[in-house]
Structure formats: structure tokens, C-alpha cells
Design a protein around this ligand. Sequence first.
Ligand SMILES: Cc1cc2nc3c(=O)[nH]c(=O)nc-3n(C[C@H](O)[C@H](O)[C@H](O)COP(=O)(O)OP(=O)(O)OC[C@H]3O[C@@H](n4cnc5c(N)ncnc54)[C@H](O)[C@@H]3O)c2cc1C
Length: 396
Amino acid sequence: MKRKVEADIVIVGGGVAGLWLLNRLRQQKLSAILLEASVLGGGQTHKAQGIIHGGMKFAVTGFSKAASAIADMPALWESCLKGEGEINLKAVPILSSHQYLWSPQSLAGKVAGFLASMALRTKVDSLPREQFPEIFRTAQFDGDVYSVPEMVLDVHALIRELAKPHQDAIFKINPIHEKDLHLDESGRMTALAIHTPIPETLEVHAQQFIFTAGAGNEVLFNKLQTKSVAAQRRPLHMVYVKLPQSYSLFAHCLSMSSTPRLTITTHQAKDGSTVWYLGGNLAEVGVNRTAEEQIKAAKEELNTLFPWLDFSNAQFGTCKIDRAEPLQANGGRPDTCVVKAIKNMIVAWPTKLALAPKLAHEILNLLQSEKIQPRFCDTRELRACPMPPFAQPPWN
Ligand SMILES: Cc1cc2nc3c(=O)[nH]c(=O)nc-3n(C[C@H](O)[C@H](O)[C@H](O)COP(=O)(O)OP(=O)(O)OC[C@H]3O[C@@H](n4cnc5c(N)ncnc54)[C@H](O)[C@@H]3O)c2cc1C
């Protein structure tokens, strides 16, 4: 007979969504455990740029429903970062309290009207030249710069802080496969068979099974063979640049197209060097390029946008990652986070790191309507199971 574990809630997937949810469920005195097959934050989360969007990006790109879904998030995050919110994130560094939007010379003039026409949710201030960030205070820059009060977080510190109080409830397992999901005739999940690195197979029972496994959510609906829920993946080919000088910049380069031409966030590598992490259109159009081709494209873009800087001694690298999301009719970006309940299973995608709190709220509401209450639980069999390690930033 297999050894058994009994919990109120089982979460599969330890990215930002699963970890935020674990915190919220345990605050409700529910016995919740989180199972992770790789490293904590191991999917999309540790490759995120850490921008807590307040609607600016979505408004600029014309997704007004998305802008309203995300508009409340900065205030919620801010209260957590002050240690006054639903989760104490006081120890998570804010890498920047704001970002810049800039237009290269060719767009100067056209951009102000473009921004005004977008009815931005977030306040966007056009800056006088003397308030430009240092990097643009050169005679060679002839464009416009705007300031947007959207902060950027240290994602790796965030993962650690979310996991820290719950180390006794987070377990490393081998990846869950369809055969591990045990359903009864009515389609309810009766147990999850988990294979631990010890090695041992355990049978996990719970009132609810919640999948926040990003791309791994597909295991659940492949098993269910349901058409009511399906996923899409939108790939990105990100570039990181270790700079010989420490230029700090958090900025989106505007173009007249719907995606920023380039999004730059600045981070510190383990060896102390400054890293620019590059997303935006470069990452979207570069998905079919090899790493060498993408690096060449990134160098060309940086040399065009910053002709006064010298990138010849910078070290470049790339990483490919899929954004895992619920399927959209047009294959585009979902408007907000998505939670689907199927019997005693929930599958959930935040679709943005910034939306992880909203996702947890929606799941808590669902559990409340299902009248899920703490019961007698026994998770002792998992005690010998290690905690998964933390994901490392791609540039380390
Ligand atoms: C390059 C990039 C940049 C981004 N930048 C931003 C940003 O600046 N701001 C923002 O708001 N959003 C951003 N996003 C979006 C954001 O990162 C994601 O929406 C969010 O991280 C998704 O979190 P998640 O927990 O759902 O999934 P994930 O982070 O993918 O975590 C899923 C976890 O489940 C585990 N898992 C998978 N399958 C299984 C299985 N079978 N068994 C057990 N465990 C399993 C994985 O190992 C992983 O750890 C970015 C996304 C990308 C790709």
C-alpha cells in the first residue's frame, strides 16, 4: 500500500503564482502544500523583468481591458513592500521606483500626441531636459523622455521572500505526469501520485488540487481531455548584456508600433557587474533567431539607440522562454489573469507577475464559494522530502 499524505489544498508549481497563493492559503489556516518539480521560480518567473505594471504598458499597446485589470496592482504591491500589506515583502529590494519612456530622435514630436491619444491609466510626465536620466544627457540625444511611476522589483528576492515563511510546506518532487493524476468516474481528482527524490512514491489527497505550473498546466487538461480549457505559448528571446560600466536604466523605447522597440531593466550579476536585461520587440521578433543572430541584432539596436555609448567590451547572452497562458481566440495577449475550476481542480495563470495577487484573490473567492474549510491533515510523510532550490537569474 502506498504511503499517504492528506492536505486541504495541493498547489502544483512554485512560480510567483503558486508561492503567492501558498502564503494566502496558509494565512487562512488551511493546510496547503506546494509541489515543485524543478527550482522555485523555475518557469517564467525568474526570467521576468520585474516590472509592476500599472496599466501603462497595456494602455500604450491599446489593451484597455488589460489596463483596467492591472491598474490596482501597484498600490497592493506597494503596501506589501512597506510591510503593511497582505504579505510582508519589506525585504524585497525595489530596483527602481519608476521607469522612463523615451523616443529616439526620429519619433520626437510625434510621440506626445501618440501618448495623449492613449488615455493612459498611469500618469506619464514629459521631462524637461535637465531632468533626463544621465544616460540621455548628451548632445547626441535629441528625443523626448517621459517618466512613468511604475516600479521594478528584484524578482529573485521576491521568490525567496515568498518562500521563506513556508519552507515546511514546499517540497521538491519529480515532474508530475498525466498518469499521476487519479480521477474517479465523475472526473473528480481522488489523489495525486508524487515521486519524491528520496526516492519514494506517495499518494497525496486533498480537498482541492490547484495547478499554477505555467507551461506544466497542460498536464492537467491533457489528462481531462477537456475542450473547456486550453493553453497557448508566446515565445520570447531575451538578451542580457554585462556592461563594463555601470549604466543604470529602466526604460521602454517607444515606437509607433504596439510593442516597445526595446525594454531595458538593470540588474546586478553575482560578480558585481551591471546587467541590462533586454525585452520588448527585440525579444518578440527574435524568437526564430539563433543566439548569435539575436546578439548581433541586439548589438545593432543598442548601437543605433545609444551611439554615444561603447558596447564593444560588453558580454552578451540570450535566453528563450515561452509565456504560458490560456488560449486566446486570436493568439494574442490575455486581458487579465485566468482561473478555471473543473470539479475539485483549479488551473490558473497570472499572465503577468504583477497580477499574482489578483489571481490568489480570485482563487480564495472560489474556495470560499466551495466552502473549503480546514480539516484534519497529515503531511508527515513529506518531511524527508527536500525543499527545491531557488532559480538563478539567467545572467548568473
Ligand atoms: C521574459 C519574460 C519577462 C516577463 N516580464 C514581466 C514583467 O516585467 N512584469 C510582469 O508582471 N510579468 C512579466 N512576465 C510574465 C510573468 O513572468 C509570468 O506571468 C509569471 O511569472 C507566471 O508565473 P507562474 O507562477 O504562473 O508560472 P512559472 O513562473 O512558469 O512557474 C511554474 C512553475 O511550475 C513548475 N512546474 C511546471 N510543470 C510542473 C509539473 N509537471 N510538476 C511540478 N511542477 C511543475 C515549474 O518548474 C515552475 O517553477 C514576463 C514573462 C517573461 C517570459
